[in-house]
Design a protein around this ligand. Sequence first.
Ligand SMILES: Cc1cc2nc3c(=O)[nH]c(=O)nc-3n(C[C@H](O)[C@H](O)[C@H](O)COP(=O)(O)OP(=O)(O)OC[C@H]3O[C@@H](n4cnc5c(N)ncnc54)[C@H](O)[C@@H]3O)c2cc1C
Ligand SMILES: *[C@@H]1O[C@H](CO)[C@@H](O)[C@H](O)[C@H]1NC(C)=O
Ligand SMILES: *[C@@H]1O[C@H](CO)[C@@H](O)[C@H](O)[C@H]1NC(C)=O
Ligand SMILES: *[C@@H]1O[C@H](CO)[C@@H](O)[C@H](O)[C@H]1NC(C)=O
Ligand SMILES: *[C@@H]1O[C@H](CO)[C@@H](O)[C@H](O)[C@H]1NC(C)=O
Ligand SMILES: *[C@@H]1O[C@H](CO)[C@@H](O)[C@H](O)[C@H]1NC(C)=O
Length: 602
Amino acid sequence: MLFSLTSAVLAIYPIGTAALRTSNFENALSSYDYVVIGGGNSGLTVANRLSEDSRTTVLVIEAGEIDDNEDFITIPALAGTTVGTKYDWNRTYAHNEGVAGRAIPIPLGKVVGGSTKLNQMVYDRGSQSDYDRWAELGNQGWSWSSLFDYFKKNERFTPAIDEIRDEYNITYTPEARGFSGYVHSTFAPFFWPTIANFVQAIRELGIPIPFDHATGDAIGGYYFPHALDPVTFRRHSAKEAFYDTAKDRSNFHVIAGHQVTRVLTETSGGTIKVTGVEFAPSRNAARQTVGVNREAILAAGAVHSPQILQVSGIGDPAHLSSIAVNTVVNLPAVGHNFQDHVLVRLPYSTNVRPSYVDLLTNVTFAAEAMEQYLKESRGPLTNPIAEFCAFLPLPMYSNISSEIHATAVTQDSTRFIPWDSPREVIQGYRKQVEILNERLLSNNSGILEVIWVDGLMAVGLQHPYSRGSVKAVSSSVFDSLQIDSAFLRNPLDVSIMVEGMRFLRKVADTSAIRDLGIVELEPGAEVTSTNQLERFLRSRAESLLHPSGSCKMGAREDGGVVDERLRVYGVQGLRVVDASIMPLLPAAHTMATVYAVAEKVT
Ligand SMILES: Cc1cc2nc3c(=O)[nH]c(=O)nc-3n(C[C@H](O)[C@H](O)[C@H](O)COP(=O)(O)OP(=O)(O)OC[C@H]3O[C@@H](n4cnc5c(N)ncnc54)[C@H](O)[C@@H]3O)c2cc1C
Ligand SMILES: *[C@@H]1O[C@H](CO)[C@@H](O)[C@H](O)[C@H]1NC(C)=O
Ligand SMILES: *[C@@H]1O[C@H](CO)[C@@H](O)[C@H](O)[C@H]1NC(C)=O
Ligand SMILES: *[C@@H]1O[C@H](CO)[C@@H](O)[C@H](O)[C@H]1NC(C)=O
Ligand SMILES: *[C@@H]1O[C@H](CO)[C@@H](O)[C@H](O)[C@H]1NC(C)=O
Ligand SMILES: *[C@@H]1O[C@H](CO)[C@@H](O)[C@H](O)[C@H]1NC(C)=O
């Protein structure tokens, strides 16, 4: 999605429209030990692992269908073209003054495999400091060292092919990698050559290049693998990793094409307990129910898991009564603490040919690339882009880091979170701010991601101060919902990003990049003042597509929705295991972290 190809490739090879397959559920049981809500990144992981024990029955209910292996899903270079198709929920964030009043799209997978079927396949981890802060907030057992084994458990790493390894100097630490997990991670056998210029530029600027970021030393510039099959160089999603390897187990069932409409609970003797899950194929269809023997497990993602809790009566009583839902559990924090990484791109032109752009514009080049891909699984189409990025502490890229820090420690950051934030959410947020402030000047916390794609450059905000929220707008999950991204509402986030845009110009001014004949197309070299850069940022910012945090793990009095075993407060037999449990975003893309969390809790 970052820089997706609406491409010449697709023009030549139109997408097939074979019929969808909905798994049948004639053999469905009337109740299951575990009912997993959402068959995406986290849901399929958890369902697979739980069903390893053949005595345990597991059902997954997924809103989307099983895909048809269309080219736009499987071919790495076409990653992103799935956005806006039937496999995308097509959600948008609410209009937000922070981004000049715009309503920014937030694609999300609606398909077996979830967002791992739509995503750019970057398979990276954050740094040690990113996860240690989860523990510092009071979540025992959630430091870097306690997640490390689960990052490894998830992974089946294959080193880069020799030519790529030697030409681009890709190194790795075997002890930090997994070799027998379900998810393939590897490097494409083709790199766009200008990535070497970017690596050189990072070196020229004195930025460190760690040996392997997977060790937890994820600061500086580094190569990371993608979730790719190492033989066919097709996307390796949660569907291939965790559904295909479990679907023949008789205790593992999946109902696709059905949306969970409510989690059913029963109150007796002061205890509230999950008894079942209600679901339906469409808005007006009859509701069906399935019983839950042990747990219902929410894995519908950071946007839809809070919605399902709310329509089930778990949330803020004032909000619930406004949508005509009776309160079952008074848990006002549900939907709060919502965060996402903000991205802004600065397009450049270069004189390099062939380049990534030729896949978009040169029909001959695109046809040759497709032929090579189909014949030998090699060439430009194996490359999902962005194999080397930089994650930079603030002092490493900005010379006004102490001014920004001074603002951070004096401002009242709670002014920039939703006005209706409950007391406990505010208390938890204050604790987060202390940690964010403390790490703002440290050299081990990635504040900015710098992305290079053959002359397109972008920066992403890794540790936002702004917080948004997710709210159901009716009692039906078939209605859309209100998602406030809160992007750039806190001026600190703006300063951090404006400094990032300035840094991109430093990158562009290195000799390694100047060699490419680079010209900044937008906003253009004449735009230099902070006000002008801010205006450009607000008018162009978009999502880096990592929504999270909306069912935060933490103490209930700090606005936690789930405890450190990911159990929802106030109700028995209900957990949340997806991106919404992250108290703070890591400085990384979120897929591998979502996998690791799901591996850890099963
Ligand atoms: C276009 C795009 C590009 C991205 N690029 C990258 C990248 O390169 N690297 C990276 O690390 N991360 C990337 N991400 C982010 C990453 O993919 C997500 O953070 C992660 O997959 C989220 O996992 P999840 O389990 O929380 O949710 P998902 O994987 O989205 O799964 C949620 C599932 O629940 C289902 N669901 C929702 N509501 C209901 C309901 N009511 N009933 C039944 N089912 C329901 C959904 O259909 C979906 O299948 C990208 C995301 C997108 C969208
Ligand atoms: C998203 O929008 C596209 C284009 O309008 C449409 O084809 C697709 O079905 C939509 N997806 C969903 C899940 O409704
Ligand atoms: C790889 O290392 C060699 C030898 O040190 C160096 O000449 C080359 O520029 C490096 N390439 C990259 C992409 O870092
Ligand atoms: C398009 O690609 C072909 C094949 O690689 C190449 O020969 C040709 O020069 C390219 N055309 C342009 C305009 O770059
Ligand atoms: C910071 O760097 C910019 C150039 O990037 C320069 O114009 C400015 O004077 C520097 N400011 C300080 C306080 O050093
Ligand atoms: C950060 O600072 C510590 C102590 O000064 C030093 O040992 C370490 O190498 C630094 N790390 C980076 C990434 O610069």
